[in-house]
Design a protein around this ligand. Structure first.
Ligand SMILES: NC(=O)c1ccc[n+]([C@@H]2O[C@H](COP(=O)([O-])OP(=O)(O)OC[C@H]3O[C@@H](n4cnc5c(N)ncnc54)[C@H](O)[C@@H]3O)[C@@H](O)[C@H]2O)c1
Length: 457
């Protein structure tokens, strides 16, 4: 089928945006700065692809999804229909989308979209980013950048060379709560930030879903859990402590609980929840995590992630009977840490103590204590208090979230990214690819310290 090139807009740029070299290098039409919706290609229409593209439905004047790539047929169809994507701009893989884009660049001098959202699994981020950066697409790449130091460095180099707008899925920075806390921190209103204690409670069944049974359970297929789960926490901590930079790091952690030795005796040799005598008592029962919420009409995360298309009792039961998500959490081949602590010392002497822990009732609602020379901030990702020791006054803050995941961070990030693309201003994102690389290097150093049993950086 020939591509519907009428559905494709020319590249936009704003005057003085600093990417002037790009369109001419690509030999592509240059349209001047415009208020038309920014066009997006979505690579990977799973949870994250859906989360970001939801913004286009809520704010159609800001951005529009014009192309998608996704191998799972029902998932692809749902995305295509939700955004009325032209059939000729719907692809089974990012490679096909890229090929079509190469074609249109050659034939009509247009890319398929202004920007691409890269929401495929961790190990694919580098290859996809390099390919689309080379074509001059602006990029919002899910976290982590990549899964090795070398690959993160390659990504930084490619993005800088392409001179594109680059966003990273460090959504925490963009939630109204964290924006408000960051404003206090960076204003120095309470003096110098001396120490931060930050806890990331993963959530007991979230951990079982993602890090025992799911996509982030085996390091060789994704990365270690400090990277896959906590790289945005380390990024946020580095942001709060800036312009100080991490100087020394130490870390301890292990996979303590989700292993065969911890299996309750009553579970016997059952390999699946459906065959287990302990299932009614077990907090990690797949029936409790997936089937029971589904029977109450809850079709969102996590059950939505285990089937192609819309979950129903039949396809979910089948997934639990035959797939990874119905297997006993003590009989899996997972190997990533379920608890890890990281201590950081910054160049200005400030210190950080960070904990990532699986066994919590809270799901991802971080708790933070920030200790300043003249006061403290205590927060839980919803509300925070600010105490000024000079006045003895404590104020309460409850920044309003517009909903969505990560306390509104998902919407905050995509909105900021779209505006950065529209205006050509990387600064709007409050970070850049080099800063993103630095915080990733801190995560690698922490993990190295855990493995080697010594201080890193
Ligand atoms: N920022 C955050 O807070 C956050 C939260 C969760 C996940 N993530 C990251 O986001 C990324 C995606 O995670 P997810 O939960 O959406 O996973 P997912 O498995 O739900 O989605 C990934 C999608 O990519 C598709 N895909 C596979 N091969 C493809 C190809 N060749 N071309 C196009 N699409 C392809 C899969 O079919 C799937 O639908 C991961 O890197 C993950 O670590 C970030």
């Amino acid at each position: 089928m020939p591509l519907n090139t009428a559905a494709i807009k020319p590249w936009k740029r704003s005057p003085g945006s600093g990417h002037s070299s790009l369109p001419s290098r690509m030999g592509i039409d240059i349209a001047s700065y415009s208020n038309e919706p920014v066009t997006l290609a979505i690579v990977g229409c799973g949870s994250r692809g859906k989360a970001y593209s939801a913004y286009a439905i809520g704010e159609p004047t800001k951005c529009k999804v014009v192309a998608v790539a996704e191998p799972r047929p029902k998932t692809r169809k749902l995305m295509t229909e939700a955004h009325l994507v032209d059939k000729t701009l719907t692809f089974e893989s990012w490679q096909d989308l890229l090929k079509a884009s190469e074609e249109t660049v050659k034939t009509v001098g247009k890319r398929l979209a202004d920007a691409v959202i890269i929401a495929v699994q961790d190990r694919m981020h580098l290859e996809v980013t390099l390919a689309f950066a080379e074509q001059g697409y602006h990029i919002l790449c899910e976290k982590p950048m990549a899964t090795s130091i070398e690959d993160c460095i390659k990504m930084e180099a490619a993005v800088k060379k392409a001179n594109i707008i680059f966003g990273m899925g460090h959504v925490l920075r963009y939630s109204p709560y964290n924006k408000a806390v960051s404003e206090f921190v960076l204003s120095r209103e309470l003096g110098q930030l001396v120490n931060v204690v930050h806890v990331e409670p993963v959530g007991y069944f979230h951990y079982a879903h993602s890090y025992v049974r799911g996509n982030w359970s085996k390091e060789e297929e994704c990365s270690f859990s400090l990277m896959t789960k906590s790289c945005h926490d380390i990024d946020l901590l580095c942001h709060w402590l800036s312009p100080g930079t991490p100087k020394r790091v130490s870390s301890f952690g292990s996979l303590l609980h989700f292993r065969k030795e911890s299996k309750p005796r009553e579970a016997g040799d059952a390999k699946r929840c459906f065959d287990c005598a302990y299932e009614r008592t077990c907090p990690y029962s797949a029936k409790k995590i997936y089937l029971e919420p589904l029977s109450k009409g809850q079709i969102g995360w996590p059950v939505a992630t285990i089937v192609d298309g819309i979950p129903d009792i039949e396809n979910v039961t089948s997934a639990l009977q035959h797939g990874s998500y119905g297997r006993c959490v003590y009989e899996h081949d997972n190997n990533v840490c379920d608890n890890q602590v990281v201590n950081l010392e910054f160049s200005n002497g400030a210190t950080v103590s960070f904990t990532m822990i699986a066994q919590t009732e809270r799901i991802c609602e971080r708790q933070s204590r920030l200790h300043f020379s003249h006061g403290e901030i205590i927060g839980d990702m919803n509300t925070f208090t600010v105490t000024d020791f000079r006045t003895g006054k404590t104020t309460h803050h409850a920044p309003k979230s517009e909903g969505g995941n990560h306390g509104g961070g998902d919407i905050g990030l995509i909105r900021t990214f779209v505006e950065a693309v529209r205006t050509g201003q990387q600064e709007l994102l409050g970070t850049n690819v080099s800063e993103v690389l630095k915080s990733h290097l801190t995560v690698f150093a922490a993990e190295q310290s855990r493995r080697m049993g010594r201080c890193g950086l």
